[in-house]
Design a binder for this molecule. Structure first.
Ligand SMILES: Nc1nc2c(c(=O)[nH]1)N[C@H]1C(S)=C(S)[C@@H](COP(=O)(O)OP(=O)(O)OC[C@H]3O[C@@H](n4cnc5c(=O)[nH]c(N)nc54)[C@H](O)[C@@H]3O)O[C@H]1N2
Ligand SMILES: Nc1nc2c(c(=O)[nH]1)N[C@H]1C(S)=C(S)[C@@H](COP(=O)(O)OP(=O)(O)OC[C@H]3O[C@@H](n4cnc5c(=O)[nH]c(N)nc54)[C@H](O)[C@@H]3O)O[C@H]1N2
Ligand code: SF4
Ligand SMILES: [Mo]
Length: 766
């Protein structure tokens, strides 16, 4: 392993890997994606295991793709390839036969591993036995499972208050494990259940709950096929939800138009070659976007306001644009909205979103002419200071068109992790609804804590301030996924104990509390046998379908425990014989966990029977049926604001985005094929004019830095890459630039870190 330079183990090493650039691609998927999938899968395991994995992936009796939350088709599935390139990479990452054995941890100190890149850490294989770092030790050593639970229980039972412990969750955890986990945490006595949602779609949840009465999207896949217009704002489906392209292709064949709103001309929004058709493999492509608006970063509120103004103008001129019967019967607040729009002028709005009047008018014409509109969005809308306003403004547009609660129309926040939506439904929530707490009390006979707990930002601060000293994570990579990396590192180092239930090694295992534990668990692809029977688990996808997932592969180590078993054993060690909950019973058969879910959480009637139906079942969704469960019983128009940034000559708005070769903090490779960037992640995408203005050239190396709240934050050594991106906007990859996202910079009300609007300056260093 070559020597690395780095400031400290929490930051990704700054060593360059050898940037190569090419033209961004003009079509997504096709043959190159098939080749890439095969390379990853068969590079990580033998042919038999590789074939078994791919043939089970997303099949009705197989396992759910561990990558994103895009739904499987409701009808027939392809029996050979119901997955995409990034699904295949996620499976390769998990199902690899490489293992991390005790001699690996004996050979490398924690500080040495901190100098490895995230890619190198990801390459090391599955963690094969529980590991422990005692106080004062510089490396991990193997430990027996019983001792693992003994240590955690001892720490938990020593705390003055249960609120001094934090229980994080990433979004891969099954419904069964998530339900048991929140039950354990609440029986222990806290609602400190921050999760990755806090950094992801929390803004969507807040905005949708108050405007349409449910914090989830309203559409089914079929609605995309029936839509007149699909708006895709702040989302890069070609990389992050690749099978969405198949749905978009079908929608286009049925006559839908697509409007894309994104600072980057993302390849997957431009055109698609379907790898499941011969034509697609040979290069025949479907053009996807009819209109593409390269909006300035965080320019969406002024853009949607401009749409609404143009729509209202057209309504006044010729009528037929607004759905008045819907507006009058089903909504509140239209007059206030129209009055508020008077405050803005079109030229000002155009300037604030960085587009020309002609571009906006072309898009508005599409909207005006459509009756059934689906709006899809992801992190490009949710990770800004005014993220909740972004989404409420999208809802305003849909409501004016009566486009929520009818076929072919609705809201489509496209979820990230494969079960992040299910985890929330199961009660992984620091701000649980009272109905959940009451229901838990009724079912289990203990009184859950009533006050809300810490979300992700609050949890980091509590650890930083020494108010919380035990950190437990059910999956994820808390250190690298959260903002302000150095601040978060200090928070974790302040803890007495940090413990991670994990499949793969990551940076959060390397920045530890006084004591640290790694609890290796079964993944989605692994067979999970309890009491001699292979168990199934269930997950909820982005469109509210709950369905089963059954691992098929032999686990790489006999020491791995399932997540439900880890929670059972933790609960038993913590509560001893005092527990009012019968924890052993849940592990006799996972059907018993589902029985408990059915009794506690609405919408899961006959869970065990319905989860076994091919394709699963839909959860109830009021907005989908046109029933708005808001305070007034109607959908609410809202008044939203935005602030335009006055940037000095050396100030830029930075968005932190995903490359094509990563799943969040797991780095599969060093290429970002669609964007034409190869073999390097420490890059800044920058407009050519901005590069010239600074007297720089492609390849110049810069330090990125900013000042927020009186503190200087620096991310050193990034290579300038000229790119088609609006002026004064730049892009870097997550997690390398997370250290620049200030802990106190988060969205109003949802507290989602502003990972897509980071104010930065740059100086050249070489
Ligand atoms: N292969 C793969 N799949 C994934 C993931 C992964 O890392 N890899 N992550 C999963 C997770 S957890 C999530 S949440 C999703 C994330 O899926 P995305 O949200 O697609 O992911 P990002 O890379 O964050 O991309 C955000 C997009 O928003 C655009 N954008 C940024 N700022 C703005 C803005 O102000 N306005 C507009 N209109 N657009 C903007 C960016 O150019 C980019 O195209 O993907 C999930 N699926
Ligand atoms: N700057 C910036 N920061 C961001 C974002 C951004 O766009 N920009 N996006 C945010 C978003 S949308 C999200 S969702 C978060 C993601 O935050 P997290 O969910 O915390 O991060 P991941 O990288 O998905 O977690 C990967 C780790 O999960 C573990 N793992 C994988 N599979 C399993 C499993 O089956 N069980 C268990 N127990 N562990 C498993 C592995 O050890 C792996 O290393 O990051 C957020 N952070
Ligand atoms: S679209 Fe998402 S869920 Fe579907 S196969 Fe691809 S990565 Fe997996
Ligand atoms: Mo996410």
């Amino acid at each position: 392993m070559k020597k690395k330079t780095t400031l400290s183990p929490e930051l990704t090493p700054e060593t360059f890997t050898g940037l190569k650039t090419g033209e961004p691609k003009d079509v997504a998927v096709g043959m190159p994606a098939v080749v890439s999938s095969m390379k990853h899968v068969f590079g990580a395991m033998n042919v038999g295991r590789g074939m078994k994995s791919l043939l089970s992936l997303n099949q009705k009796e197989g396992f759910d793709c561990p990558s994103c939350a895009w739904p499987d088709p409701d009808d027939e599935r392809s029996t050979i390839a119901e997955y995409c390139e990034n699904g295949a990479k996620a499976v390769a990452e998990e199902a690899t036969t490489k293992r991390l054995l005790p001699d690996f941890f004996a050979a490398h100190s924690i500080d040495e591993l901190g100098t490895w890149s995230d890619y190198e850490l990801s390459q090391q294989g599955r963690i094969a036995q529980p590991m422990y770092k005692p106080k004062g030790a510089d490396r991990y050593k193997p430990i027996e499972w019983d001792d693992v639970f003994g240590i955690i229980a001892k720490h938990l039972n020593q705390l003055q208050s249960p609120n001094e412990a934090i229980f994080y969750t990433s979004g891969r955890t099954s419904n069964e494990a998530a339900f048991l986990y929140q039950l354990f945490v609440r029986q222990y006595g806290t609602n400190n259940l921050p999760d990755c949602s806090n950094m992801c779609h929390e803004s969507s949840g807040v905005a949708l709950t108050e405007t349409v009465g449910i914090g989830k999207g309203s559409v089914k896949l079929d609605d995309l096929y029936l839509a007149d217009l699909i708006i895709i704002a702040g989302q890069n489906p070609g990389t992050n939800h690749p099978r969405m392209l198949t749905a978009l292709e079908k929608a286009k064949k049925n006559g839908a138009k697509i409007l894309s709103i994104n600072p980057l001309y993302e390849t997957g929004l431009v055109a698609f070659s379907n790898p499941q058709t011969l034509g697609g493999l040979l290069g025949t492509k479907t053009t996807l976007s009819d209109v593409f608006l390269p909006v300035r970063i965080n320019g969406d509120v002024p853009l949607f306001k401009a749409f609404l103004k143009l729509m209202y103008q057209a309504e006044q001129e010729k009528g037929g644009v607004f759905d008045w019967p819907f507006i009058e019967e089903q909504t509140t607040g239209i007059q206030e909205l129209l009055a508020d729009l008077e405050r803005y002028t079109l030229p000002q709005l155009a300037e604030d979103c960085g587009l020309t009047a002609a571009q906006i008018e072309e898009a508005a014409a599409l909207i005006i002419g459509s009756q059934k509109i689906v709006a899809c969005w992801a992190m490009g809308l949710t990770q800004h200071k005014n993220a909740v306003d972004n989404i409420r403004e999208v809802v305003n547009l849909l409501l004016v068109k009566g486009s929520i609660g009818k076929p072919g129309a609705g809201t489509c926040p496209v979820r990230g992790h494969s079960n992040v939506q299910g985890d929330r439904t199961m009660g992984i929530w620091e701000a649980p609804p009272q109905s959940l707490l009451d229901s838990l009390e009724k079912q289990f006979g203990f009184r859950p804590p009533q006050e809300h707990g810490y979300n992700t930002v609050e949890a980091i601060k509590a650890m930083h301030q020494g108010k919380a000293t035990v950190f437990f994570a059910m999956g994820g990579n808390f250190l690298s996924a959260t903002p302000d990396t150095s601040y978060t590192a200090k928070a974790l180092r302040n803890c007495r104990l940090t413990a991670h239930v994990s499949t793969k090694l990551n940076r959060s295992h390397l920045v530890t509390g006084e004591e640290a534990l790694i609890l290796p668990c079964l993944g989605r692809t692994d067979i999970d046998i309890q009491q001699g029977e292979a168990q199934l688990v269930s997950v909820e996808n982005s469109m509210g379908v709950v369905h089963q997932s059954k691992g098929k592969l032999t686990p790489v180590s006999a020491f791995l425990l399932s997540e439900p078993d880890i929670i059972r054993r933790l609960a038993k060690a913590t509560f001893g014989s005092k527990s009012v909950v019968d924890w052993d019973n849940f592990l006799v058969h996972y059907d018993f966990i589902r029985n408990a879910i059915e009794k506690t959480i609405p919408g899961f009637e006959n869970y065990n029977e319905r989860v076994r139906r091919p394709g699963g079942f839909y959860l109830p969704n009021g907005a989908r049926e046109g029933e708005f469960k808001t305070k007034s019983g109607k959908a609410a128009f809202s008044i939203n604001g935005y602030s335009s940034f006055q940037l000095t000559e050396n100030e830029y708005l930075m968005m932190t985005i995903r490359s094509h070769d990563q799943f969040n903090t797991t780095i599969y490779g060093l290429n970002d094929r669609y964007r034409g960037i190869y073999n390097e992640r420490r890059v800044v995408l920058m407009n050519e004019k901005d590069i010239l203005k600074r007297g720089w050239a492609p390849g110049v190396i810069v330090d990125l830095y900013n000042f927020f709240g009186g503190i200087e934050r620096v991310a050193p050594q990034f290579i300038i890459v000229p790119y088609l991106i609006p002026e004064k906007c730049i892009a870097t990859y997550f997690p390398e630039a997370n250290t620049l996202v200030p802990i106190d910079s988060f969205a109003d009300r949802s507290m989602t870190p502003t990972s897509k609007t980071v104010l930065v300056q740059m100086k050249s260093v070489l």
